[in-house]
Design a protein around this ligand. Structure first.
Ligand code: ADP
Length: 397
């Protein structure tokens, strides 16, 4: 069974064709600059040279057509015909309060995606375009929506309500949703499996530390809290996002600088985080290099980032009244042993002990805590595409 996984941005489309018999990647690719000049598709097949197609892609429809052509190409392709694709799984960012579970796309699902354009104005329109392009290009195939907000929808009322007038929750659905759900679902499942934990009771904290970052807490694979909120702005300090902030800061900057609320929100989303504090970069490697060279603001940014992650772990340990495993994932979590170690240095009171030799590893499933650590600490690479493919298989088989 072959599943095509699609992740659409407003001007990009990432895809993977996965063989579900052994969960291997048959081909993956990226369409860039959709709707703007200089569109290009790049496809990678294990063991082969990259295949690059430079052709105009005025919309996602042309992009999907090019993806199909690249997959079927007689020289560079991997399938004879798209008939070999059993179903298509789509990452969809916001399902509002309507969906906590992945589902097969129908008109109702498309309407929910449209209804939540207000909460995910950059992502949901692109996700819908991707679905409609697949419907047009491969009619009759089942499309599955896997929601980025899905995993977080399980959190209880006490965790999702903002302490603002209740009518805003009722009228507009203003509550905490959480994002990176596919990654948190995948990694918390891996933590239970790889760590040999009890699938019914395991208390797991997942730290997804990439350019965007979030922490989740789950008991028996069910999310009980997660750090992102109505939008991905809440929670950790990220590459360019501020994370948690006193809302009065917005008003204060507006008044001082004559800016609009929209302007300040753009600053909080795109110019803050480790970029904002350091003034160096949003890329953690650049900030790390600057800090090592003695740049105080770069070091301050990294210290604040680590401190915030540790605070969330402390909060979620309290929320669950304990923790069995802490897992690190995504770009920073999978590659940066210093960040993992520094976060864990705050957690001595939990009996967390890191094994430095075990922690000296990148990008593969590893237990990095010492054998006598009270909590298992792990590095577990995330794989959102595989998680989407598994959901798609489960629903369409
Ligand atoms: P996203 O998917 O949110 O764009 P990723 O999960 O790919 O992000 O993570 C990207 C981040 O990971 C970048 O800021 C990058 O600097 C960081 N990163 C990658 N490798 C390392 C490393 N060896 N040390 C520190 N940070 C790293």
């Amino acid at each position: 069974m072959k599943i095509l996984v699609i992740n659409c941005g407003s001007s990009s489309l990432k895809y993977q064709l996965i063989d579900m018999d052994d969960e291997s990647v048959i081909a993956k690719g990226l369409c860039e600059r959709i709707g703007i000049e200089g569109s290009v598709l790049t496809q990678t097949v294990p063991g082969r040279d990259k295949y690059v197609v430079e052709q105009p892609m005025p919309s996602h429809n042309e992009a999907i057509r090019l993806v199909m052509d690249a997959l079927e190409d007689s020289v560079h392709g991997v399938i004879k015909s798209t008939d070999e694709i059993s179903a298509i799984g789509h990452r969809v960012v916001h399902g509002g309060t309507s969906f906590s579970e992945s589902c097969i796309v129908d008109e109702n699902v498309k309407q929910v995606i449209r209804d939540r354009f207000d909460l995910a104005p950059l992502h949901n329109p692109a996700n819908l375009m991707g679905i409609e392009a697949c419907e047009a290009g491969m009619p009759g195939k089942k499309n599955v929506a896997v929601w980025d907000t899905g995993f977080g929808m399980a959190i209880p009322e006490k965790a999702y309500l903002y302490a603002i007038p209740y009518e805003y929750y009722e009228k507009y659905g203003i509550r905490r949703y959480g994002f990176h759900g596919t990654s948190h679902m995948f990694v918390s499942g891996e933590a239970i499996r790889f760590g040999g934990l009890d699938p019914k009771t395991a208390k797991v904290i997942v730290c997804h530390l990439g350019n965007g970052g979030s922490v989740s807490a789950s008991i028996g694979g069910k999310c009980v809290d997660t750090s992102m909120g109505l939008t991905p702005l809440e929670g950790l300090i990220m590459g360019t996002r501020s994370g948690d902030i006193d809302a009065s800061v917005v008003q204060f900057i507006c008044n001082k600088e004559g800016k609009s609320v929209d302007d300040v929100l753009t600053i909080l989303n795109k110019k803050s985080g480790v970029l904002g504090i350091s003034g160096v970069s949003s890329d953690f490697r650049d900030v790390g290099t600057a800090a090592a060279e003695g740049n105080h603001r770069a070091q301050a940014a990294l210290d604040a980032f680590v401190y915030r992650v540790a605070k969330y772990i402390g909060a979620y340990t309290a929320a669950m009244n304990g923790v069995d495993a802490i897992a690190f994932t995504a770009g920073v979590g999978e590659n940066d042993k210093d960040t993992r170690k520094k976060v864990c240095e705050y957690l001595g009171y939990l009996g967390v002990k890191i094994d430095d030799a075990a922690n000296d590893v990148r990008g593969k499933n590893t237990i990095i805590s010492a054998p006598d650590s009270k909590v298992k600490v792990m590095l577990l690479p995330t794989n959102e595409e595989l998680a989407i493919a598994r959901e798609t298989k489960r629903l369409t088989e």
